[in-house]
Design a protein around this ligand. Structure first.
Ligand SMILES: NC(=O)c1ccc[n+]([C@@H]2O[C@H](COP(=O)([O-])OP(=O)(O)OC[C@H]3O[C@@H](n4cnc5c(N)ncnc54)[C@H](O)[C@@H]3O)[C@@H](O)[C@H]2O)c1
Ligand SMILES: [Zn+2]
Ligand SMILES: [Zn+2]
Length: 381
């Protein structure tokens, strides 16, 4: 089959000869992919920042597809169903899945103590091949995949496998109360969706911070929020204090993660010298610009080792820190309703539709933020 193939940092290619996936367990299904996305999380892999990312691996954790084959134990799916597949691989029955912590499944990635299995996300996340391919093997097929409602656009459906639930959960973990001021760091697909979803929880003011004007411009219209370029703010923490009567924001969301720009010291120690698990600049800004007693919600991804963060400020300000991989299966039913009611229009963030054959070019465009790219999707031939 045709599949994306990782060759090493900054090198991916379309592989025309990858063996088709096979049913390996009675609970597996094989899905013929109809849409897949490239995510900011894939960029951490592409840039060589995620441990144990093996050459030959196929990335892709956001995809829809048609069920091609099912194992003998699968009961909830039938051949021909068109499904959206959560990025988390979850068994559905372990103590963590039972609490709807589907991103922290204990069975799908037994070698790790933190993250559960994720499609196409290195051997740190279970070593499963992903959906930037013609076909993908989906384990625990009765648990994750959900049949796409007949009236739903495929482009909306594919964004329900990660971007929408992650943005929504970022806002949800913020515990936003009516009238709250929410600051979102990062105006990528996740930050834009977090800003949009903050209104659903009753925010009174939403501010988004990035360094890319085209994304800020998009966020202003799409998420109806204030948008500022941190390169023009001087000290973003001071700016945010000033604009909140020196109290600070009620909720700060880190939708940037380990590749944050804005501090040469963080970039040097976190990205160039790899002395910490990425650069934690956005997290510093979030902790330092939230008010005392406020909430910092982290969905930006960090590596499995450690980061230098201002823990003293967390303690002395009495902050609540909430963080996780999104629990997609838990949120999907509610988010389908939001999309069907028109309160969320995910597909509007898609800027690029690229044939799977051109996956290498697609990564380059998204990684270097060329051509005003916000969200690229790959279409298998
Ligand atoms: N927790 C989850 O379940 C989950 C799911 C999906 C993505 N993610 C993570 O969310 C993060 C964002 O994903 P994305 O797809 O939007 O990525 P993206 O790379 O498209 O966007 C990141 C944005 O952050 C901006 N940025 C860089 N430094 C900044 C700073 N100091 N302050 C403010 N903005 C800054 C960049 O200019 C860019 O626009 C990534 O770390 C990704 O891995 C987490
Ligand atoms: Zn993703
Ligand atoms: Zn589980």
């Amino acid at each position: 089959m045709l599949a994306m193939n990782y060759r090493g940092p900054f090198r991916v290619r379309a592989d025309h000869n990858k063996p088709d996936p096979e049913i390996l367990h009675p609970n597996d299904a094989i899905i013929r992919v109809t849409r897949s996305c490239i995510c900011g999380s894939d960029l951490h892999l592409y840039h060589g920042l995620v441990p144990d990312t093996r050459v030959g691996m196929t990335f892709g954790h956001e995809f829809t597809g048609i069920v091609e084959e099912i194992g003998s134990g699968v009961q909830n799916l039938k051949v021909g169903d068109h499904v959206m597949v959560p990025f988390n691989i979850a068994c559905g029955v372990c103590p963590f899945c039972k609490q709807e912590l589907y991103g922290n499944c204990h069975e799908s990635n037994p070698e790790a103590t933190a993250v559960g299995g994720i499609f196409g996300y290195s051997h740190t996340a279970g070593g499963y091949d992903g959906g930037q391919a013609q076909y993908v093997r989906v384990p625990y097929a009765d648990v994750g995949p959900m049949v796409i409602p007949p009236d739903m656009d495929l482009d909306d459906a594919v964004l329900l496998t990660d971007v929408v639930p992650t943005g929504y959960q970022a806002a949800e973990m913020g515990g936003i109360k009516p009238g709250d001021t929410v600051v979102v760091f990062g105006a990528g697909p996740i930050g834009i969706m977090a800003a949009k979803c903050s209104w659903l929880f009753g925010a009174g003011r939403v501010i988004i911070i990035d360094q890319l004007d085209y994304r800020l411009e998009f966020a202003r219209t799409y998420a109806q929020c204030e948008a500022y370029n941190f390169k023009e703010l001087g000290d973003p923490v001071l700016f945010l204090k000033r604009t909140t009567d020196f109290f600070g924001a009620d909720v700060c969301i880190d939708a940037v993660g380990c590749e944050a720009a804005g501090s040469s010291m963080q970039t040097l120690t976190g990205r160039k010298m790899m002395l910490q698990a990425g650069s934690a600049t956005a997290l510093h800004w979030a902790i330092n610009s939230v008010k005392k007693g406020g909430v910092v919600s982290i969905v930006g991804v960090y590596g499995p080792t450690g980061n230098l963060i201002p823990i003293g400020n967390v303690v002395n300000k009495g902050l609540t820190i909430r963080a996780n991989q999104a629990s997609v299966k838990r949120l999907m039913p509610k988010l389908i309703e939001h999309v069907q009611a028109g309160r969320l229009n995910p597909k509007e963030i898609i800027t690029h539709r690229i044939p799977l054959e051109e996956v290498s070019e697609a990564y380059h465009i998204f990684s270097t933020k060329l051509d005003n790219c916000i969200k690229p999707i790959l279409i298998p031939s």
